[in-house]
Design a protein around this ligand. Sequence first.
Ligand code: ZN
Length: 282
Amino acid sequence: MSMSQTASASVVSSPAPSNPPAITEFCQDFADKLRTVDYQGCLTLNLNQSIEHKSIEHRPLTYKEVLPANNQPPKGRILFISGIHGDEYSAISISYLWLQTLLSPESQTQYHWLFLPLANPDGLFQSPATRQNADGVDLNRNFPSPDWDELAIRTWKNHYRMNKRRYPGPTAASEPETQWMVQLVERFKPTAIISIHAPYGLLDYDGPEHAQPNKIGHLKHRALGTYPGSLGRYAGEHLNIPVLTLELKSAGRMPNQTEINHMLNDLETWVTEKIEQKEWDL
Ligand SMILES: [Zn+2]
């Protein structure tokens, strides 16, 4: 093959062949469900999938690692979790846009991101989408906080009156999606965890006090507290990792583009000012 043929072949080559069938199917489902996601764009992300874990309905549990440009050493590790609740469309949509931004050639990120675009694929891909996974478990009550055995079921019965949307599961970390996220926390050892939800319109924070945020975009800090089996109680209070939870104002409507960009910048600034510099001080 001549040089010119090689060059033109690389220009027209589609990213599709490098994606395994499970990811191709995932991207098709993703694009069918959300207006912000287009099929080719999703394929271009070249998402990775967990080898050890799949969702209850055997969908891939996908992730993408992002590193700083120019081989700069990362200044910290951010675990970003989107779509723990499958029916929070705006949170999942905005995360997809942020992942595209982080992977773009213009990205200025200084961090090593482990980015989970959709932690609960079965929830989003049901019709209609569900908060819980395909077992009917609220994954954000299924994390193995030390008080799970004593309090998770009791809190669900007494505090939530057995509301199905808050069912914590039969045992701590009973669900494959939870087991996968716990494994990532243990292996990646994040400097910070960011998770995104809707629709309370605020910032929640759990973890060491020095990293408490002020604002991310228009969202202001207001402590919601944690629950047995929630990510905040497990990773923030138990493991002492800063856990920032964004609650967008609407589950159905996205913030505008300026606000979307502003929020991603603010997230990195939060890590820089509240976590990275604090570590230097110690
Ligand atoms: Zn949520």
